[in-house]
Write a protein that binds this ligand. Structure first.
Ligand code: T6T
Length: 323
C-alpha cells in the first residue's frame, strides 16, 4: 500500500535525520464542495497554514458548482495524479461513495471535511462508506438547533417560518434543517415550520422563493438560510419584498456580504462556521495518518455567532470568511 510505504520511508528518514526530505514528499489534495465559495476558500487558507507548518504540499482542486456529477471527474483526475491523501467535502452522501472508493482502492488515504458520505460514522465496520479515516466538521445538527433558538427568540416564540436549503442529500445542510426542526418541535410548539424551499445553491432562486412563500403565507415572519447562498438569497428576497422590518433572517455562514446584511439590519444573526479550522485540522489529521499515527474518527470544530452587538468586534470579525 502506497501509504504504508510512505510511512515506512518517513520513519526511516526520521532515523537518519532526513525528516525534512520525507515531509517535503507528502502531498495532500483538498477537494472542496465548490471552488468559488468563500467557505471553502477560507478552508483552504487554514489547510495552507497547516501545510506550511508541516513543510508539506496541499493543493486545491474542485468544481465550480456543488454537484456530484461535476465533482466526480475532478476527483478522478486527482486520483490519477496520486496524492498521498485526499481531503474532500463530498457533495452527496450516497453518490460520492463509489468515486471515493476508487481513491481508497488506489491506496490514497481519504478523509472528509465539512460533509460526509454514508452515515458519517467511519471505521466502525458498518456501511458502504466506512473507509474514510476521519470526518472534520462543524456540528451541523447542533448549529441548526442554535439557529432555531435565535429564530424563536427573535419572533417571540410563535409564528410561521421556513428553511431555505440547497437540496436533499447533502449531509451538512440536511443536518442543519433536521436540527432546526427538532429544536422547534421540542421547545417552541407555537412556531410553525413551513415546507422547505430548495434553491440548488442559487441565491437568486432563494430570493424569488421568498416572494412565493410570502404570497402563499402573508404572515410568514422568519427564514433560516441553511448555507451561504440560501441565507444571502433569503435576505435579498426579504429586502426586495420590503419586509426587512417584519421578517427575521437567521443565516448559516458568514461571508462579508452576510456580515454587511447584519450591519444594515437585514439579517438578525449569522452562525459562522470555522472553515479555516476545518482545513487546518483536516491537514493535520491526514498528516497524522500518513506518518503512522492514529486519529479520531471525528473531529468537531466550532461556531461563532455574529449579530448587531458584536459585528464590529475584531475578535469576532476574524471569523468572517475570505472572499
Ligand atoms: O455551508 C457551507 C458548507 O458547510 C456546506 O456544506 C455547503 O455550503 C457552504 O459551502 C456554504 O455555501
Amino acid at each position: 500500500m502506497r501509504n504504508l510505504v510512505k510511512a515506512m520511508a518517513f520513519a526511516a528518514a526520521l532515523g537518519t535525520g532526513g525528516a525534512a526530505a520525507a515531509q517535503d514528499d507528502i502531498t495532500i489534495t483538498l477537494v472542496p464542495g465548490l471552488t468559488t465559495d468563500a467557505f471553502y476558500i477560507t478552508m483552504n487558507r487554514g489547510a495552507q497554514a497547516a501545510a506550511d507548518a508541516l513543510g508539506i504540499t496541499v493543493d486545491f482542486q474542485g468544481a465550480e458548482e456543488f454537484d456530484p456529477v461535476l465533482q466526480t471527474p475532478v476527483l478522478d483526475a486527482v486520483i490519477a495524479r496520486g496524492p498521498d491523501a485526499i481531503l474532500i467535502a463530498p457533495t452527496d452522501t450516497t453518490q460520492m461513495i463509489e468515486p471515493l472508493r476508487r481513491a481508497n482502492d488506489a491506496g490514497i488515504t481519504v478523509l472528509t471535511v465539512d460533509t460526509f458520505i454514508d452515515d458519517g460514522k467511519y471505521q466502525d465496520g458498518a456501511g458502504d462508506g466506512d473507509f474514510p479515516m476521519s470526518y472534520i466538521a462543524s456540528d451541523n445538527v447542533g448549529g441548526g438547533r442554535m439557529a432555531a433558538r435565535f429564530m424563536a427568540e427573535a419572533i417571540g416564540g410563535e409564528g410561521k417560518v421556513y428553511v431555505s436549503n440547497v437540496r436533499p442529500g447533502i449531509s451538512t445542510t440536511d443536518q442543519r434543517e433536521e436540527g432546526f426542526k427538532a429544536e422547534m418541535a421540542e421547545n417552541f410548539p407555537n412556531v410553525t415550520v413551513l415546507d422547505t424551499q430548495y434553491n440548488e445553491n442559487d441565491a437568486s432562486l432563494a430570493a424569488s422563493q421568498f416572494s412565493a412563500v410570502l404570497a402563499r403565507n402573508p404572515d410568514v415572519i422568519g427564514v433560516f438560510g441553511a448555507n451561504l447562498f440560501s441565507a444571502l438569497g433569503a435576505g435579498n428576497g426579504v429586502a426586495g419584498a420590503g419586509k426587512a422590518d417584519d421578517v427575521t433572517v437567521i443565516a448559516f455562514d458568514a461571508p462579508q456580504s452576510i456580515v454587511d446584511n447584519i450591519s444594515s439590519g437585514l439579517v438578525d444573526a449569522a452562525i459562522a462556521q470555522h472553515p479555516a479550522e476545518i482545513g487546518y485540522f483536516g491537514v493535520m489529521a491526514a498528516y497524522a495518518v500518513l506518518t503512522g499515527n492514529s486519529v479520531p474518527v471525528s473531529i468537531g470544530t466550532g461556531f461563532t455567532v455574529i449579530n448587531a452587538d458584536n459585528v464590529n468586534d475584531p475578535e469576532i470579525t476574524k471569523y468572517i470568511y475570505s472572499e
